[in-house]
Structures are given as C-alpha cells and as structure tokens.
Design a protein around this ligand. Structure first.
Ligand SMILES: Cc1cc2nc3c(=O)[nH]c(=O)nc-3n(C[C@H](O)[C@H](O)[C@H](O)COP(=O)(O)OP(=O)(O)OC[C@H]3O[C@@H](n4cnc5c(N)ncnc54)[C@H](O)[C@@H]3O)c2cc1C
Length: 395
C-alpha cells in the first residue's frame, strides 16, 4: 500500500488527505495545533473550487451547507455604481460556506485510513534522490512515499525546499465576521445580502449565509462580511478595532454601517494580508519512490481580492489525486509541478492587478482607479471568472 504524510490540517491538507485515503493510500496527517478548527468566518467558493470539490468526491454534501452568491455589483462609498449588478448564470454563480461547515465536511471525508496526529510541529524535511522523503518534528521522523506540504503561508517545508520564495506583507489587513441571524440587522427588502463597496484603500464585501429563519444544513447561518483596509493590522483590543472600523466606514452605503453596528467584538477576526514573492521555483521535488509537493497557501499564498486561495487549494488536491490515480508516482510529482505552477501564477498575476486597483490612494490615483474599475475591472473580473470557470481536473 502506498503511503503519504500530509503536513497541515487546513482545508488543503484535509482535502488531499481524504482524497488519497479514498484512493487506497495510507495517510498520516500531521497538525501543529491541538484541535483542527478553522476561524469562525466564511469563504466564497468560485465555480472552479466547487468543481474541484466534486472531483474530490465531496460535492454531494456541499449543497446542504452552501448559499449561492448573486452578483451584487460594486459601489463607491458615496453609493455611485462602479460596476452594476449583472445576472449570473447558475453554473458561474459562486457560493458562500461557513468555514466550520466546510471543515466538518472535509473531516467527514477523511475515513479510517487517515491517522490524524495533532500537536505535531514539523520542523525539517528531507527530499534526497535515493531516500524516501520524510519530515520530522525533532523527536520523530515520518517517512512515506509522498510528502504533501499543506502547512500554509509560513510553510516550514517550503522555506527549506524553496527558500527563494519569501512571505511579504501585501500592505493591508482584513477583518471578518459572521453575524448570526438572531443578531443580524433587518435590511431593506430583507433580501439576501451581496455585493461590495470600494473606497480609497478600503473595501467592504457582504454575503448572506443561508436565510433568516431557515438554516438549511447548517446551524451557522447569518451575514458574513469582510473589510479590507490599507495599512498594518491594529494592535488594539477587538472593541477598539471595531470602533475604528465603524469610523473608517462611516457614511458608506447600506448595509455597511448596519452590519458593523450589529457586530460583536467577539465575532471579529483580524488578519494581516500576506503573500509569497516570488512564487516557489517548483511545486514538486522528486525523492526516493515519490517526492514532496507543495499545496495550498504553502505553494501560492496571495491576497484574497479574488477569493481564490481555498479554491486553488482544492484544485491542487483534485489535480494531485487524479494524477496519482493515473500515473506512476514519480511522474505524478513532475506532472503536478507542470500543471499547477502556471495555473497559480496566472491567478496570482490577476490578483496583483486587482491589488493595484484596490489600493490606489491619492486623488489622481483614485480617479484612475474609478476609471479602471469602470473598464478594466469588469474585464479583469470576467477574465478571472472565465479562467476559473475553464479549469477542469486532469483526467
Ligand atoms: C481575509 C481573507 C479572506 C479570504 N477569503 C477567501 C475566499 O472567499 N475564497 C477563497 O477561496 N479563499 C479565501 N481566502 C484564502 C484562504 O483562506 C486560504 O487560501 C486557505 O485557507 C489556505 O488553506 P491551506 O490549507 O493551504 O492553509 P491553512 O488554512 O493556513 O492551513 C495550514 C495548516 O497547517 C498547519 N501547520 C502550519 N505549520 C505547520 C507545521 N510546521 N507542522 C504542522 N502543521 C502546521 C496550520 O496549523 C494549519 O492548520 C481568504 C483569506 C483571507 C486572509
């Protein structure tokens, strides 16, 4: 039986560990924290991410926990439309999912061929031609035919195998929250919330998770919002951060103020936005009978402006699982690198163009940004959406 060690039980690690186990591999999943738990927010899955989940055999459960996200358009803080809402065909409609629901679905998919070891922090990796690849936490060595590094943005494995790729700040911070339905404000028309507002260096996006009074398959419904602001994360306690957000976004169109007012400091999740520059020179490192591969944020951490990080992690997992079913192990490692690097590079390039538009500051830059949003951004967004929609798992 073939064996794999997967490092990191985030969405990427859970997805690939389950997929390998369902194909008959014996998998050890190593996670540094004591409990496998995501932050209590939500994630938007674009059609490529949904398709990848289906390819991983996890699509069936998704319908019960996902809420379609209609195109709500893009407004300026004064309410002026930068991009009008447009009807989205059902097959191109993204969905919103509570991260805890997504984790539950991925954990349910692990089956009994995955040995989950929590409290294990991987510190070293070995990927030598004549030896089975392995990782170690300093006390125990874990060797296997294949090692999957799904250990996130600060990946220790990437730092050792691709030291040229550095984690840098993207120059902004993000705040997210899910306001449960019982505390969510009643908004005009009480329609599902969607859409975004863009100011000078500030952005606010909101989305409904399920419907008020009907939780569907999830008990975690509510209204999800994410606010991005240029600058560093704030050192103050959540109460002060929330007060700052209310000041920064004062006067923005409905529902921004209502959502910030209804948010409890305990709901707030703050995060510095970081990215890899440059991307690693390789995603596959042949060793022994197989090798080491980089997956998810460990391979391509990027700002969330296009909401593609989780989607790409699922694409990585679906691609790897498919290649391993159909090719010899060493060939699969090489093919994974060949398929995934250009794909990640394209999405990162599109994300950086969005970063430049979103983070424009100053009066002239702002005018250029508004003009760009009126013309480039719809094109950029539809290019991103089209390349996302075009992605298919290899078969
Ligand atoms: C504000 C914000 C909004 C976002 N919105 C979206 C969105 O709408 N749509 C979307 O697709 N993406 C979105 N993303 C991106 C998405 O959250 C990430 O791309 C995704 O979580 C990456 O998953 P991962 O499994 O690769 O890494 P992670 O989730 O970081 O998981 C890595 C795991 O590895 C563990 N680990 C780390 N180091 C070690 C070690 N040495 N040993 C053992 N274990 C280790 C960690 O504890 C963790 O459990 C967003 C990101 C942010 C910041």
């Amino acid at each position: 039986m073939r064996t794999a060690v997967v490092v990191g039980a985030g969405v990427g690690g859970l997805a690939v560990a389950g997929a390998l186990a369902r194909s008959g591999w014996q998998v050890t999943l190593l996670e540094r924290t004591d409990r496998v738990r995501p932050d209590p927010t939500a994630v938007v899955l674009w059609p490529n991410g949904v398709r990848a989940l289906h390819a991983l055999g996890l699509g069936a459960g998704l319908a019960a926990i996902a809420t379609p996200l209609p195109d709500g358009g893009v407004r300026r803080p004064d309410g002026h439309w930068l991009v009008q809402p447009r009807p989205t065909p059902a097959d191109r409609m993204p969905v919103v999912v509570h991260r805890e629901d997504l984790h539950d679905a991925l954990i349910a998919g692990l089956g009994d061929r995955v040995e989950l070891r929590t409290g294990v922090t991987v510190r070293t990796v070995s990927a030598e031609p004549g030896e089975r690849p392995s990782v170690s936490d300093g006390r125990q060595r874990f060797a296997a035919d294949l090692v999957v590094a799904a250990d996130g943005t600060d990946s220790e494995i990437r730092r050792r195998l691709a030291p040229e790729s550095r984690v840098v700040s993207s120059g902004c911070a993000a705040w997210r929250a899910v306001i449960p339905w019982y505390r969510a404000p009643r908004l005009p028309g009480d329609r599902p919330v969607g859409g975004e507002v863009l100011g000078a260096g500030y952005r606010f996006v909101a989305a409904s998770l399920g419907e008020r009074g009907s939780s569907g398959g999830s008990s975690r419904g509510g209204i999800y919002w994410v606010a991005t602001a240029a600058g560093a994360p704030r050192p103050e306690p959540p109460e002060t951060q929330l007060a700052l957000l209310r000041r920064w976004y004062a006067g923005w169109p409905t529902p921004v103020g209502d959502l910030l007012d209804a948010t409890d400091p305990a709901d707030l999740v703050q995060q510095e936005i970081r990215e890899l520059r440059p991307l690693p020179r390789a995603y596959g490192f042949p060793a022994g009978p197989g090798g080491v591969v980089l997956l998810g944020d460990a391979a391509h951490a990027m700002p969330p402006h296009l909401g593609q990080g989780t989607c790409l992690a699922f694409e990585d997992a679906a691609t790897l699982a498919s290649l391993l079913r159909e090719s010899r192990l060493p060939d699969a490692v090489v093919a994974y690198d060949r398929l995934r690097r250009p794909r990640a590079a394209t999405v990162v390039r599109q994300t950086r163009r969005m970063s430049a538009v979103l983070q424009a500051r100053g009066r002239l830059a702002l005018r250029a940004r508004d003009a760009a949003l009126g013309t480039i951004s719809p094109r950029l967004l539809s290019t991103a959406a089209a390349s996302a929609a075009a992605w298919r798992p290899p078969s």
